[in-house]
Design a protein around this ligand. Structure first.
Ligand code: NAD
Length: 352
């Protein structure tokens, strides 16, 4: 398996370094023959190539089996004409990575303020309110006059149908419960279409229990009782916001791993950003990036039918859980180690 590794900005180089060591370790242990090819994106690429991402990099990624992307300082990238392209958008759109799978669970060894829970947010990734990716050419956000801005939200049956299908298929491997999150009381057409398509797909999965919540009320429900949820499916921006909340409720945004998957390609990428407030201090939690890397292995194992990759992913998930239970983790999750030392301990655990 060849994986392109892009460290990203801010805390990215620190957390991605841990994830790559973990990948090298499980590759040796399970004889997976994982080949890591390191390249650059974000600020480093802007400096070296004049663009945060390049067509040549995309071709490299397309020729590989997976991509591990570090967090990017996307807020800094304002003008595409100057090469300041949002790398997340670039890969999600170019590789049609329509499903953003963002698990959130509690771990023993950490205080679970809201009780134990284990859920997954399945977020549509290619349209919705994301004006930088929802039309073919140009952007769907515009300044009509100096004082009037318009941001368009695109919803299509095709994207609703495929994200719903991802959610129901995932639910069949879990507790068989899907919650639809929407704002159809106000966005009656767009979110009405999302609900229609989800309910059509639901008919193909009669074993799966389905309920739905309006997104604002959902914030209260998920804080009140996160354990009532299994798989939550929603549109792009709602999923982005909700999944940061569920990651933090699980203990820390630094546990927020995620996979961006399409039919052909996949990208492991932490749910959070580049966290400039804690960059270069050896305190960032690397587990979000490690979990994202494990999710990438899992995806590849399912795609190729090679169960050794799924087994390696499970080794990593278990090692993360054991590390947290033993305090071999960063302070945000109650641990006593720095980023690098957390990586050392995890690698030692996976090598034992
Ligand atoms: P952020 O997600 O980077 O950070 C939010 C908070 O969570 C901060 O307090 C940060 O210290 C903490 N945090 C994040 N990751 C952590 C980790 N691994 N361990 C411990 N604590 C962690 O959000 P922000 O500060 O608003 O954004 C910073 C930059 O990241 C911006 O340029 C933004 O556009 C970008 N961003 C990128 C992505 C991405 O690349 N996928 C996602 C979100 C934001």
């Amino acid at each position: 398996m060849k994986i392109i590794v892009l460290p990203g900005d801010g805390i990215g180089p620190e957390t991605v370094a841990v994830a790559t060591r973990v990948l090298e370790t499980v590759s040796r242990r399970r004889q997976l023959d994982i080949v890591l090819e390191h390249d650059i994106a974000g600020h480093a690429s802007l400096k070296q190539h004049g663009a945060t991402v390049t067509p040549a990099l995309l071709e490299k990624v397309k020729a590989a089996d997976g991509l591990l992307l570090g967090p990017m300082s996307t807020y800094d990238f304002k003008d595409e004409a100057k090469g300041e392209i949002n790398p997340s958008k670039f890969f999600r759109k170019s590789l049609d990575l329509f499903a953003n799978i963002r698990p959130a669970r509690t771990y023993s060894g950490m205080p679970a303020r809201l009780g134990e829970f284990d859920l997954v947010v399945v977020r549509e990734n290619t349209e919705g309110f994301y004006a930088d990716r929802n039309i073919e050419s140009g952007g769907s956000e515009m300044l009509i006059t100096p004082d009037v801005a318009v941001s368009l939200r695109r919803i299509t049956r095709q994207c609703c149908e495929r994200i719903a299908r991802s959610a129901f298929e995932l639910a069949m491997t879990r507790r068989k419960h899907v919650t639809l999150v929407h704002k159809a009381n106000v966005l009656k057409i767009g979110d009405g279409m999302f609900l229609d398509e989800c309910r059509k797909v639901a008919q193909e999965f009669p074993e799966v229990q389905v309920d739905d919540f309006i997104v604002d009320a959902m914030m209260a429900h998920v804080v009140r009782a996160p354990q009532r949820f299994d798989v939550i499916v929603t549109t792009n921006m709602f999923g982005d916001i909700l999944s940061d909340l569920t990651a933090e409720l699980s203990g820390s945004l630094g546990l927020g791993g995620s996979l961006n998957a399409g039919t052909q390609y996949a990208m492991g990428q932490a749910a959070h950003g580049s966290a400039p407030d804690i960059a270069d201090q050896n305190i960032a939690n690397p587990f979000s990036q490690v979990i994202s890397a494990a999710m990438l292995l899992n995806w590849y194992g399912r795609k190729t039918g090679n169960s050794a990759f799924g087994a390696a992913a499970n080794d990593i998930f278990q090692a993360v859980a054991d590390a947290i239970a033993n305090g071999e983790a960063t302070k945000d999750v109650g641990g006593r180690l720095g980023t690098r030392e957390t990586g050392d301990a995890l690698v030692a655990r996976l090598s034992a």
